[in-house]
Design a protein. Structure first.
Length: 129
């Protein structure tokens, strides 16, 4: 979804779309960072009329817990780096293409750094006594 802006109204509209897309009766948990549109007074009172929507906020300063940030870094590199866009339609097209390409080689996310590669010694010395 390419929104016209990142404000409380757009975010609440997105939450409404999520709620409408899930006809079930269970809770819908939204994990959000502390972006002003996510934590604004209007957005904090909006769930009162939508009891299925539940918010959990990532603590300030704990960006490593937000897997969206890591995905966004990879996505920006593939879809948006070094490209100029004429309008929202171009951004939407690039987003869809990059998402399809990333989904073709998607793997489960492994938290943390990969283990270091084994070291291969270039020289092996043998000492005889």
């Amino acid at each position: 979804m390419t929104g016209p802006s990142r404000n409380s109204v757009s975010y609440q509209r997105f939450l409404q779309q999520v709620e409408d897309a899930d006809p079930g009766e269970g809770d819908i948990w939204v994990i959000a960072d502390n972006l002003s549109s996510h934590a604004s007074p209007a957005t904090r009172t909006w769930p009162a009329d939508h009891p299925r929507i539940r918010h959990a906020f990532i603590p300030v300063g704990a960006c490593r817990l937000n897997l969206q940030e890591a995905w966004w870094r990879i996505f920006r590199h593939h879809a948006l780096a070094g490209v100029s866009f004429a309008g929202r339609a171009d951004i939407d097209r690039a987003t869809r293409i990059a998402t399809a390409q990333l989904n073709q080689r998607a793997k489960p996310w492994i938290w943390g750094r990969p283990p270091p590669a084994p070291r291969h010694l270039r020289r092996q010395f043998v000492y005889s006594l």
